[in-house]
Design a protein around this ligand. Structure first.
Ligand code: A2P
Length: 283
């Protein structure tokens, strides 16, 4: 496994196992145990995934030393503001049953973002969280909120894949060495992406599958990537991308696949209300 060094010095495994939409009926526990057995050492959950308890139990039961597993969680929108965020962080720690969280993100960039961020900074200062970051920020949202922060985020977790390369956002983040974390790194299984002639050609050349070529491109670009799969073979194979490298001209070819578009537009009207209604957190 390769690691990416964040702008606060913390090292994060370049590939993570995401658990969005995995139910908390034992399935998350099983999936995380399997992922850890397959070699994943980075698990990405969130308050709004409603499965932090099972993630924490799987991490604790795995027998793998805690410091070898990187755990990310996220604060939900309804917990924003300074006081709400303090409670939200404690809630995540309790649900996970862990002494610290490796990376904690503001899941969505709306409302009292600056107040919530201050609580994250304080939790980092006392060691409850090792690194702090944001998610779903566009250039517009970044320029609205981040100038109010004392500490620069370590990551921005955004929709990112060869068709959605986030070049404008990355140019802003690069100034402060803020890393990209990719959600939908495989375009959510977009057949057009997975069957793109450039990707199919490279897959044949390197004896890899299309997903592995995409993930290799992303990690070689310096991104941290969170591929989703329910297929045990692909869960394993998505980690098996560190025994080959794309050439400079192949990287350029992959860079040229960018459409400049994303499926989710965080700047659209009504997103905050939609999200607040879609995910309701209880105590
Ligand atoms: P499956 O669960 O059958 O493996 P994303 O991570 O961008 O949300 O994409 C997830 C989708 O990509 C799922 O439909 C998943 O299907 C599929 N997928 C995961 N890994 C690969 C791979 N290596 N090659 C092709 N498709 C993949």
């Amino acid at each position: 496994m390769e690691f990416v060094t964040l702008n606060d010095g913390v090292k994060i495994p370049a590939i993570g196992f995401g658990v969005f939409m995995i139910p908390a009926d034992g399935s998350t526990y099983e999936a995380v145990r399997e992922a850890l057995d397959a070699g994943y050492r980075h698990i990405d959950t969130a308050t709004a995934y409603f499965n932090e308890e099972e993630v924490g139990k799987a991490v604790r039961d795995s027998g793998i030393p805690r410091e070898e597993i990187f755990v990310t969680s996220k604060l939900w929108l309804s917990q924003y503001g300074y006081e709400g965020a303090k409670k939200g962080i404690e809630r995540s720690l309790k649900k996970l049953g862990l002494d610290y969280i490796d990376l904690y993100l503001l899941h969505q960039p709306y409302g009292d973002v600056a107040g919530a961020w201050k609580a994250l900074e304080e939790a980092k200062a006392v060691g409850k969280i090792r690194s702090i970051g944001v998610s779903n920020m566009t250039p517009k949202l970044w320029n609205t909120f981040v100038p109010q922060f004392k500490t620069m985020p370590s990551v921005n977790q955004i929709e990112c894949n060869p068709f959605s390369q986030q070049k404008e956002m990355r140019a802003i983040m690069d100034v402060n060495d803020v890393k990209v974390e990719c959600w939908y790194p495989l375009g959510h299984g977009n057949a057009e992406l997975l069957n793109h002639p450039t990707i199919v050609y490279l897959a044949e050349k390197y004896g890899k599958n299309a997903g592995q070529i995409i993930l290799r491109f992303e990690t070689q670009e310096g991104f941290i990537t969170l591929p989703k799969s329910t297929n045990p073979e692909r869960i394993k194979s998505n980690l098996d991308i560190f025994d080959f490298a794309l050439t400079q001209s192949e990287m350029d070819e992959m860079r040229s696949l960018d459409t400049g578009k994303t499926s989710h537009d965080p700047d659209a009207d009504g997103v905050e209300d939609y999200l607040l209604n879609a995910f309701k957190i209880e105590d």
